[in-house]
Design a protein around this ligand. Sequence first.
Ligand code: IPE
Ligand code: IPE
Ligand code: MG
Length: 249
Amino acid sequence: MQTSFLSKLHVGVIMDGNGRWATQQGLPRGLGHEAGVDATRRVMEAAPGMGVGTLTLFAFSSDNWRRPDEEVATLMHLLEIYLRSETHQLVEKGIRLNLIGRRDRLPPGLREEIDRAEAMTAAGDRLHVRLAVDYSARDAILAAAARISAGEDLTRPGFSRLVSGDIVRDVDLVIRTSGEQRLSDFMLWESAYAELFFTQRMWPDFTGEDLAEALAAFGGRQRRFGTTPSQAALKVAAAHTMPAQPVAA
Ligand code: IPE
Ligand code: IPE
Ligand code: MG
């Protein structure tokens, strides 16, 4: 864990609209997922220069197992190919990659690529990318609760660590593409005070400029964490003169 990530923004992205993007062009949905990989690459490229330290990308939800077998197989295959062919570029770019979510239901070949990519990129210190695959926030919370009842310390930071599987800053901004305005079981605990940004843009069309637009909107919002607007304004002024806190307030 690099503490430098904690002083920069944590952005979560619900990468939605691949299927509709393809259908609109008369293409099979699988080609939408392929085009979605290109968008993911663009966002990883742009994020470190925009003050983002952690990027959590929702790639496959636990409910996505309910899709047709063929589409699930395509998605698993794409993930495996992506990791196999691009891990070395992640290393070059200083990206640390981790998978969050269940691994036991993934194809063995994909699990091997994940283990290899995590080991190879462990020293990355420019950007922490967390790929959410077979991920369900409710299941993550349940799993953390099960460990609490087994004797773990019951505090918010301790529980956050169990839910997130690491020391991760609460998510600052959640972006969802394709016009949908829901969380679909994504980071429910970590996004307690996240700002939400919804865009009509389909994920395969998303670019670094779209990320900049989302961050600009985020920058224009006042985060109050329960305080009054004037208290929150003072806190922002104070934050500029104080060292960054490891975990969002
Ligand atoms: C997001 O795009 C990718 C995954 C959920 C795996 P979708 O596949 O959900 O695309 P739409 O929502 O059907 O257009
Ligand atoms: C959420 O998208 C999961 C991912 C983007 C990976 P879905 O497209 O599966 O969500 P719903 O079913 O429309 O809520
Ligand atoms: Mg969708």
